[in-house]
Ligand binder design. Structure first.
Ligand code: NAD
Ligand code: UGA
Length: 315
């Protein structure tokens, strides 16, 4: 198959591209190389995909000639976006709407014109739920984002559903729940915590640390993408992709202390607006439709990330 991966220099996009190439598919990757975090990390991510069966196009989805790039493509994996719930307030909001809403709309308009496309997989987010109606949260529960980021991810998801309903674009939206593992972005908790454990740095916890996340290992997220591409589901489908951890940040620190054999230097600071108290996704729908369930538990996944942090950050 020929796959187009947007956001290919990022954490999830580069991990997915490596898997697709390993499975024998041809991959075209697009990335604007935004400076939200270190560019040398993104360059290394692209280099790690290799040159066989992989073409990299540096550019912005809001500017590229997408129809040309989509010629002959079977699967689109739309991972590009401006992530991060806590930075999406104030003037930065324009960056979020442009990267998450405008770029998705422009890509969908182009995809609509390409008859070879069998699936368009969109990287949605648990942040569409906000403080959810209930836990574990089901896909049909009312979305009520608590951050401007979540609003943009929900808008883009609605666009996917609109293009499915009106033009038959075969979209599938995957609502990822806090993805972690080797290569995780440097603004995210586990990369900061494991790096701090390796280098003996201080860890800052936003709020009490009692907040709960349904942490999801990156290979499980990649598997969900591959299954969403290969297995038929109705256009406009929406699925939770949740690891099942149901663990508080303080419990993560306890586990990391044990795995690293160090006593962590932890400082509690003020909670940041946009951070929900809890996420937790029901995964019956994706299990029934795509046969997906999380394979990597928190202990094993955190061990992998700690090993990666040791080689990446030294120490
Ligand atoms: P990331 O920042 O590592 O990767 C996103 C990539 O998209 C970046 O390399 C960036 O340069 C690129 N990009 C941004 N705007 C672009 C544009 N207009 N044109 C082309 N490229 C552009 O983020 P990630 O953690 O890998 O997340 C991937 C996707 O998954 C994002 O859409 C994010 O919203 C979503 N998501 C991530 C998580 C998570 O926990 N990592 C959870 C839920 C949803
Ligand atoms: C993550 C991603 O960053 C979002 O892009 C994504 O959309 C979202 O998951 C999602 O599931 O939809 P978040 O849960 O905030 O968002 O992920 P982390 O950065 O790993 O934070 C987890 C928890 O640790 C949060 O409560 C956060 O406040 C806390 N944290 C994070 C700290 O206490 N200190 C830090 O240095 C970093």
């Amino acid at each position: 198959m020929k796959a187009l991966v947007t956001g290919v220099a990022g954490f999830v996009g580069s991990t997915l591209a490596k898997r697709l190439v390993a499975d024998g598919h041809d991959v075209v990757g697009i990335d604007a190389m935004t400076d939200y975090y270190e560019l040398d990390i993104k360059r290394a991510n692209v280099a790690s995909i290799g040159l066989d069966q992989f073409d990299f196009v540096e550019g912005d989805l809001n500017e590229l000639d997408l129809v040309s790039l989509l010629q002959g493509v079977d699967w689109v994996f739309h991972q590009a976006g401006q992530p991060g719930v806590r930075k999406s307030w104030g003037d930065d909001f324009a960056v979020y709407t442009r990267a998450n809403v405008d770029a998705t709309q422009r890509l969908l308009e182009a995809v609509r014109q390409i008859s070879t496309i069998q699936r368009f997989v969109y990287a949605s987010s648990s942040s569409v739920y906000g403080e959810a109606e209930r836990y574990p949260t089901q896909e049909a529960d009312r979305p009520q984002p608590m951050s401007p980021y979540g609003v943009t991810k929900l808008s883009a998801e609605h666009l996917c559903c609109l293009y499915a309903e009106n033009f038959g674009v075969p979209t599938v939206s995957l609502r990822y729940f806090t993805v972690y593992g080797p290569g995780q972005r440097t603004d995210m908790a586990f990369t900061r915590f494991t790096r701090a454990a390796v280098l003996g740095e201080r860890i800052e916890i936003y709020g009490t640390g009692e907040q709960i996340r349904d942490f999801t290992y990156v290979d499980d997220v990649v598997n969900a993408n591959v299954r969403a591409a290969q297995i038929d589901s109705p256009a406009g489908s929406v699925f939770n992709v949740a690891g099942g951890s149901n663990t508080s940040v303080n419990e993560v620190l306890d586990l990391l202390g044990e795995l690293s054999g160090t006593s962590l230097d932890v400082n509690y600071v003020e909670k940041i607006a946009g951070d929900v108290y809890r996420t937790g996704g029901d995964t019956d729908r994706i299990r029934d439709a795509l046969g997906w369930s999380a394979q990597v538990g928190l202990r094993e996944g955190l061990e992998q990330q700690l090993r990666w942090a040791r080689t990446t950050f030294g120490g």
